[in-house]
Design a protein around this ligand. Structure first.
Ligand SMILES: [Zn+2]
Length: 288
């Protein structure tokens, strides 16, 4: 089997594991060469489960060194920087989150926390040259690698920027690839009607890693629908975490309240039975 064959088998495996319904997304996983984004081998890989256990302090994370690029085509995370705990994320998780964006040909996408750009490229393939992807990463070295890796995509930009200050402009879809305590107001402002925001709302599990849910927020003609795309264990966005929200957020998770989210409200209101979680300028509500 050639590397291309391995990539096709991998895409089919991720299609079923992540229950992907978009043929264009499956085709993107089958065509984007992961090894080109990771730099020269050898690489170190680990399963997402092992990483989640390590993040919770249950076990020491054991990476496995590999030299053959065929072995990158499994449902594994790949080390980018072991000291900073930065990885190229688990394909099934990213496939679930990108799938929740319901990308269409021609969409304009914002990718915050693009890392080395592998998943940015997958989204760029799905939206096609008639669409565009605006990617940033807070780590300048990662952003530089993403820009180099994505240079073959004229409809993609990648730069170093802080997600708490960057304005992506109006978008059809936004993937926030780092854990926050609440969606930034600007993201909601920049969603076009029908636009989808997929954002991990997490509580700190360790100083760097958070656990929580991947919320999907959709701009409707009147207001925003909200739901849960998946659970998430993800690197935290330090500049997008409000320390005063950690405790109320932890309470909302502990009582299972966030699982009931149906809408996001931005209108000023007094607390009601349907209020699940208040943050500055927004409230996640169980009201449909
Ligand atoms: Zn409320």
């Amino acid at each position: 089997m050639t590397l291309d064959d391995y990539r096709r088998c991998y895409a089919e495996e991720i299609e079923y594991v992540a229950n992907m319904s978009s043929p264009a997304l499956v085709a993107a996983f089958a065509s984007v060469p992961r090894e080109k984004f990771l730099g020269p081998g050898p690489w170190q890989i680990a399963s997402g489960d092992a990483r989640a256990m390590a993040a919770m302090g249950v076990a020491a994370l054991a990476y496995r060194p590999i030299t053959d690029p065929r072995h990158l085509y499994h449902n594994v995370v790949v080390v980018l920087d072991i000291a900073r705990d930065i990885n190229n994320g688990q394909p099934s998780a990213l496939a679930t989150w990108i799938g929740a964006l319901d990308l269409k040909s021609g969409d304009r996408v914002y990718h915050m926390g693009c890392g080395v750009g592998y998943y940015t490229a997958i989204m760029a393939e799905v939206v096609g040259p008639g669409g565009s992807v605006v990617a940033i990463d807070a780590e300048p070295d990662l952003a530089a690698r993403a820009r180099e890796n994505l240079s073959g995509y004229p409809h993609v930009t990648a730069e170093a920027a802080d997600g708490a200050a960057f304005d992506p402009g109006m978008c059809d879809a936004m993937l926030i690839n780092a854990g926050v305590t609440h969606p930034r107001a600007l993201w909601l402002d920049r969603l076009r009607e029908g636009g989808r925001l997929v954002v991990p709302i997490t509580i700190a599990a360790t100083p760097k890693i958070g656990q929580g849910v991947m919320a999907k927020i959709v701009r409707q003609p009147e207001g925003f629908a909200a739901g849960i795309a998946s659970v998430a264990a993800i690197y935290s966005a330090a500049s997008l975490r409000d320390p005063e929200l950690e405790l109320p957020l932890r309470k909302a998770f502990t009582c299972g309240a966030l699982l009931k989210m149906k809408s996001l409200r931005r209108d000023p209101h007094e607390p009601e039975d349907t209020c699940l979680y208040h943050a500055p300028g927004m409230c996640l509500s169980s009201a449909g």
